[in-house]
Design a binder for this molecule. Structure first.
Ligand code: GCW
Length: 650
């Protein structure tokens, strides 16, 4: 059976049933009805008729809309919330932590760190999912709506139970088929899906194509400053809001990787976004505008361009020019979801633009649900990064609320990693990334260890399995970094699939992702004096720290500097020896993970055991390939042997 929620069936069976009383009246609506159903389902009990009969009282309280409190008073738990949606979130929080046995009896106020907590589905109407590794779409197949409402309900529950409150239902690359989502019969079906998510307190959004007015055949232009274009969007989007009152708004990828945008008409991105913002404003809607804009037709010979600068150069000058209901959605790093990348310098620098930080739960460059990789380890480090915006201490996790003029239109988003596979995420262990993202969105200073402990205890009944999973996933992110591209240089991946080594695949291509390895050294010079000057874009002391070879953290060394192979890192190793060492050790760590996992045989359902085992075995092959190709690649340039005499294929 498809996994129902974060709780393993064994946990649900174990728990003592509780009776809830839900305050009637003020909070009555569809979400409230759903809340009652959820209570009955999670606790196998009927609802109490009067407060005195209940173990848990669910009430409305004088709290902000998104917040709730939990406390124990004598024998009863009292849960209060500022809105029905918050009461639903409170219920799930209560349920998961009741099962975990770690609820505090003292009154605790829970308020989400981020206002918008969103997933982006990169699902196409034909049923494929761009960069999806867990089967086909749960929403669409062969240009039809599947209509599997039971499955969609389960997904909404998975999301809501970790506090997520928004979902974009289609790929940011909008094909003609999906363009038509905002009209006619297709919109009716979107409405049905929206109704399900609504019951779980989740708003739906749609990606739209900037050239839609042309694609429909209605107009000859999509120029945002031509009144007929603006009116076209106003009409179409008004129809959407009228049909789906809780519709959240639109997401736009413009002027990026072949998608149309305002540049076609010599307009800037504020002009493009603001035109759409005006169309959705009367309905309280928002426009989420992606900052992933760069020249994807670069000439590798041309060293004057640096893709890392692109978003900053495009959007920095537009700070303060976006309408109130526009939110800029910015990838966490300057390039593209690499296993190791610095934080995008726009964060902390933009002070008058609403912002969403974009992550990718789907493991495009990070193992594709084959390689175990607990991404929260990386996200935690990124969120703690001090952007020093305005020269104050300003960790990334505080940037959306602090730097967005309309904090209610700020937050974080992740490209989802679910598909139609039985276990949702292809690799059972990759469920931890979805869980972690939700927890991070709600409580952005949560640690990776806390998240992992929660997830492993909710998911696996056996203590020994929990321990092995905890150990493996704790190490997994660094292990992956170790056997892939070294020290932040990125993009040594196979171009066709983004999986496995392809050290030179991108080197002479048009994507602006180069490592510049030669016989003297490797890395991208982004310093002020001799390189692209990208390091200067950081605020406060960060600029100098990255610019200076001596202070640049080793983990990002090759992102910022072109360094000779005999350069000594902070631990005294030479660069080349570090590359050899990490590639041997990373690969070996995967072999050890397999033997650790094998100790779990018989301690969890066979399908789950085999699912993970087979993927670990595939990961071991992948790691070996990375190890040997990367080591050989550098050995051929550097001609320096491994000091420990291990095999490097020349
Ligand atoms: O990483 C790149 C991916 C594209 C993706 C793009 C984006 C949806 O390779 O597949 O397109 O990022 O984020 O828009």
């Amino acid at each position: 059976m498809t996994d129902q929620c974060w709780l393993s069936p064994q946990l649900i069976a174990q728990v003592q049933s509780l009776r809830f009383w839900v305050q009637p009246g003020k909070l009555e609506d569809l979400i409230s009805t759903n809340l009652r159903n959820e209570i009955v389902m999670y606790f196998h009990s009927t609802l109490a008729g009067v407060p005195a009969e209940a173990d848990v009282l669910m009430t409305s309280g004088q709290l902000p809309d998104d917040s709730f409190t939990i406390e124990q008073k004598q024998a009863q738990w009292v849960v209060s919330a500022g809105s029905t949606t918050a009461l639903l979130h409170a219920f799930y929080f209560f349920a998961l932590h009741y099962y975990l046995g770690d609820l505090s009896s003292a009154r605790t106020v829970h308020r989400p760190s981020q206002a918008l907590r969103m997933l982006n589905q990169w699902d196409n109407f034909d049923g494929s999912i761009e960069r999806g590794y867990a089967g086909r779409s749960i929403f669409y197949a062969n240009n039809h709506f599947i209509g599997d409402y039971a499955r969609i309900t389960m997904y909404a529950r998975l999301m809501s139970s970790i506090g997520l409150n928004g979902i974009v239902l289609n790929n940011v690359n909008v094909h003609k088929e999906e363009t038509f989502f905002i009209t006619g019969e297709k919109l009716q079906r979107i409405k049905d899906i929206a109704a399900i998510f609504h019951r779980f307190g989740i708003k739906i959004y749609l990606s739209v194509n900037f050239a839609a007015p042309i694609q429909y055949g209605d107009l000859a232009t999509a120029d945002p400053l031509i009144p007929a274009v603006a009116e076209w969007w106003q009409r179409k989007l008004a129809d959407v809001f009228r049909l789906i009152p809780n519709f959240g708004g639109v997401l736009v990828k413009a002027d990026s990787e072949g998608q149309p945008g305002p540049y076609t008409y010599h307009r800037n991105h504020a002009e493009g976004a603001n035109m759409l913002a005006k169309a959705v404003a009367p309905f309280g809607g928002i426009v989420i505008w992606r900052a992933f804009v760069y020249n994807s037709q670069q000439d590798w010979r041309d060293r004057s361009q640096d893709r890392a600068r692109a978003a900053y150069d495009t959007f920095g000058p537009l700070d303060g020019q976006f309408a109130q209901n526009v939110v800029l959605q910015i990838k966490f790093g300057p390039i593209d979801f690499q296993p190791c990348e610095p934080v995008q310098p726009l964060f902390g620098a933009l002070r008058r633009t609403n912002q969403i930080i974009e992550f990718q739960a789907s493991q495009e460059y990070t193992g594709q649900a084959i390689d175990a990789n607990f991404l929260m380890t990386q996200w935690e480090q990124l969120m703690a990064f001090d952007t020093r915006g305005g020269d104050e201490s300003l960790p990334l996790r505080n940037v959306p609320r602090r730097c967005s003029p309309q904090p209610e239109f700020s937050g974080i988003a992740a490209v989802s990693n679910i598909g139609r596979d039985e276990n949702w995420t292809g690799n059972k262990l990759a469920q931890s990334n979805l869980y972690a993202f939700g927890r991070l969105a709600w409580q952005s200073d949560i640690t990776g260890q806390q998240v992992l402990q929660e997830w492993q205890r909710l998911t696996f009944a056996d203590g020994a399995v929990q321990a092995v999973v905890g150990e493996m996933l704790t190490a997994s992110n660094q292990v992956y970094v170790d056997y892939t591209a070294p020290l932040g240089v990125g993009f040594m991946v196979r171009a066709q699939t983004h999986y496995g080594p392809g050290p030179d695949d991108y080197e002479f291509d048009r994507w602006g992702t180069y490592h510049f390895a030669d016989r003297y050294g490797v890395g991208v010079d982004r310093t002020v004096l001799t390189g692209s000057g990208y390091s200067r874009l950081y605020s406060g002391s960060n600029a100098a720290v990255y610019d200076n070879l001596a202070t640049c953290p080793d983990a990002l060394l090759l992102f910022f500097h072109h360094v000779p192979y005999d350069y000594r890192l902070h631990d005294g190793q030479t660069l080349i020896q570090h590359i050899y060492n990490t590639h041997f050790s990373g690969c070996q760590a995967v072999t050890q993970m397999i033997s650790r996992w094998q100790t779990c045989a018989g301690r969890l359902p066979e399908t789950e055991y085999l699912n993970v085992l087979h993927r670990l075995q595939a990961q071991a092959k992948n790691a070996r390939e990375w190890r040997d190709q990367i080591n050989t690649f550098f050995y051929r340039f550097a001609g320096i042997p491994d000091s420990q005499g291990r095999t490097i294929y020349a």
